[in-house]
Write a protein of this length. Structure first.
Lengths: 333, 362
């Protein structure tokens, strides 16, 4: 998959390829790592993330699971308690709903209830997000549900390098990790380091430095923020973008540091705005960052509405550049 | 001491061989030729529809679409056995059945084109819309059957799921409650040998999928799913029994998914073309046509007229579909709640205002 690169040129990789490479490297590094999911073996996964892994690692370590999300994740909890490191794929984040008992009552609680004998080093990979005309049951962003559960770790990368680094870290992590991948990112290309390393969970990244206003976001909306920031730079508006990368735990100090510099904050995500990740960040900053604020904190997410199936309706289903620009105007003009 | 406390058998039923020849004497109450002709027309229309829908998707005029190519005898077969006031609770590959139930071609196209108005069936208002989350519909069907039973009405429910769906807890749990409560429900398992890329053997080590009913105390039958006569007959018997208070039944219909899983899939990644082409031998449409020719004197002229008639009906529906104007974006708020709570009025107004701004900008 890696075509030969001229020396010193950073490699450019698709998000999905980076995940594929992280899985392969993790499996080579630790024979306790194995994969389960629907259509991940011969078919290589619905979005191609597990492509060719069956060839290298065989059917013991790359397993097509019968269609049964609840049992797959509960079995993974058992395998993790039994000393393995299962990485399970749920084809669409919407179907995590079927595995909620496994995640919320079992994976998240085992260590708490059983102590040292109960670590659950399991990773659940799953794609979220709309924009693909996939309808209300195949487009949701449900990460806030998992971030709300003590005992779970939640990450959501925005580019190939972070996808690799965070997935390696997630697999190494002794806790259950929900690893969220935005569907529209799979084919997006970005720079990839020559010697990629695990990335510490819980650390944000400054995607763009600026002085006038901070946008905190994660996943695919990092790119929306970057696009808008670039346009606004022409009007001398200097936007800083914090890519959270980890949602639980999230990097409070990175956000506070940025807020202390810009004094204005927008929290942006594709997920439903009401009761979302943005609500948590905004409330926290209103508390510990109150003295730094020159304006109210704005949250920008999806309306309180299922993702519509209709192309015409989904096109108007935010958050989009217009809405982000309007929020920026509200804070600065 | 050891003694046998239970013993089970699963029968397979088929009336026609692959070429449409009658295998043995047909039961006296086999579907009459007029019913079979009606079923044959639906099968032809469904096959044309599948091809046309794929063509529309390839040209960017339809969303992701799951063809039922090769499975027409299953979906039409059980539909022929249904009474108008029975209830259908289908999965996503059952547009053949929906057509029989009075859903229009245009409604089907609207739905697969991403316009939810397509699920607002003008006929068949008590049938359920397509279920895409796997096997969830089996439990909904059990709920509908419970309602029917509570009202003591002589009706039955048909629910359909795939071979892959039988792996889910929902399926097992639906069977279990249907058995305990003796619900008026027919479970049709369309065993088309594949669940996307996963073959039937990888879903279950059980010899048949039909036998999953036995564990719930439900009678079952395996049926040649490419034999319209057999599917119709077995379904009719099961439904008559259910309506009369005889409880649930399960039919495993053996067929084959001749096409890709959906237009988003390329089955060559995981199965041989040879395997696929060998299954054309069992083609359910050709098979029932041979039967009609032999037993019903079906002529070449009748065949040509039928094909032409179905084509016209289909193209008219495609034209209607393409002429439908998309809803305004604010329509997304119309059905969120029975009535939009005042708290969300502001959101709707924003969408309306944005649309109005867009128009004045032009
Ligand atoms: C709960 C759930 N898990 C996974 C999927 C993704 N998915 C869609 S179709 C399908 C295969 C279903 O196979 P089968 O039940 O045999 O039906 P067929 O497609 O062959 O008609 C899967 C896994 C889904 N829609 N719902
Ligand atoms: Mg199947």
């Amino acid at each position: 998959m890696s075509n030969s690169q001229p020396d010193n040129q950073p490699e450019v990789l698709r998000f999905g390829q980076a995940l594929n490479r992280a899985l392969g490297d993790a499996m080579r590094a630790d024979d306790k790592v194995f994969l389960m999911g629907e259509d991940i073996a011969l078919a290589g996964g619905p979005f191609g993330v597990t492509r060719k892994l069956l060839d290298e690692f065989g059917e013991n370590r790359v397993r097509d699971y019968p269609i049964a999300e609840a049992s797959m994740v509960n079995l993974a909890v058992g395998a993790a308690l039994g000393g393995y490191k299962p990485v399970v794929e749920i084809m669409f984040m919407d179907f995590c709903t079927l595995a909620m008992d496994a995640l919320v009552n079992q994976a998240a609680k085992a260590h708490f209830m059983f102590g040292e004998q109960g670590p659950v080093p399991l990773v659940l990979r799953t794609p979220h997000g709309g924009g693909l005309n996939a309808g209300p049951q195949h487009s949701q962003c449900l990460e806030a549900w998992f971030a709300h559960i003590p005992g779970l770790i939640v990450v959501c990368p925005s580019n190939a390098a972070d996808a690799y680094g965070l997935l390696r870290a997630a697999i190494n992590d002794p806790n259950p990790v929900v690893f969220v991948e935005n569907k529209r990112l799979y084919s997006a290309k970005s720079d990839f380091p020559a010697d990629p390393q695990p990335i510490e969970i819980g650390k944000a990244r400054t995607a763009r430095a600026g002085n006038d206003l901070t946008i905190v976001t994660y996943g695919n909306t990092v790119h929306l923020a970057e696009q808008v920031a670039k346009e606004r730079a022409e009007q001398e508006i200097d936007i800083e973008i914090i890519d959270l990368r980890s949602l639980q735990p999230w990097d409070e100090s990175a956000v506070l540091t940025s807020l202390s510099k810009t004094h204005r904050l927008i929290v942006l995500h594709e997920a439903t705005e009401a009761f979302g990740i943005g609500a948590e960040i905004a409330a926290r900053m209103a508390d510990i960052g109150f003295d730094e604020l020159d304006a109210p904190i704005i949250r920008l997410g999806a309306p309180f509405m299922p993702v519509p199936y209709s192309v015409a309706l989904e096109a108007e289903f935010g958050p989009n550049a217009d809405q982000l620009n309007a929020a920026i105007d509200r804070l600065l003009l | 001491m050891q003694e046998r406390v239970a013993q089970f058998e699963v029968d397979h039923v088929g009336f026609l061989d692959a070429s449409g020849q009658v295998l043995e004497d047909l039961p006296e109450d086999i579907a009459d030729l007029e019913v079979i002709k009606q079923g044959y027309r639906s099968m032809v229309l469904t096959r044309l529809f599948d091809a046309r829908a794929i063509n529309l998707q390839r040209t960017g005029q339809l969303g992701t679409f799951p063809s039922s190519l090769g499975q027409e005898a299953v979906t039409i077969g059980f539909s022929l056995a249904m009474q108008p006031n029975d209830r259908l609770v289908p999965s996503y590959r059952e547009h053949g059945a929906l057509l029989c139930r009075g859903v229009t071609l245009c409604e089907l196209l609207l739905y697969w084109g991403g316009d939810e108005r397509g699920s607002d069936y003008q006929q068949a208002r008590k049938d359920f819309p397509l279920a895409v989350p796997i096997a969830t519909q089996c439990l909904h069907a059990a709920g509908v059957a419970t309602a029917i039973k509570l009202r003591s009405e002589p009706q039955a429910v048909v629910t359909v799921c795939g071979d892959g769906a039988t792996s889910k807890g929902d399926f097992a749990e639906a069977l279990n409650v249907a058995g305990v409560w003796q619900l008026p429900i027919l479970f049709v398992v369309t065993n088309n040998q594949w669940a996307i890329s996963v073959p039937r053997e990888s879903q279950s080590h059980a010899q048949t999928l039909a036998q999953k009913a036995i564990a719930a105390g439900i009678d079952c039958l395996q049926v040649d799913g490419n034999d319209l006569l057999a599917v119709e007959y077995a379904s009719r018997k099961a439904l008559e029994r259910a309506r009369a208070g005889g409880g649930p039944f399960l039919i495993e219909a053996i067929t084959y998914r001749m096409g890709d899983h959906t237009t988003a899939d390329d089955a060559r990644r995981y199965r041989d073309d040879d395997e696929v082409s060998s299954h054309w031998q069992g083609d359910p449409v050709a098979r029932i046509r041979s039967y009609l020719v032999e037993q019903g004197g079906w002529t070449k002229d009748q065949e040509e007229a039928l094909q032409a008639d179905c084509q016209v009906e289909l193209e008219r529906a495609v034209a209607d579909y393409l002429a439908v104007t998309p809803q305004p974006a604010s329509a997304m708020f119309d059905y969120l709640y029975a009535e939009l709570p005042q708290a969300y009025e502001g959101q709707r107004q924003q969408v309306i205002d944005r649309a109005a701004e867009g128009k004045t900008d032009e």
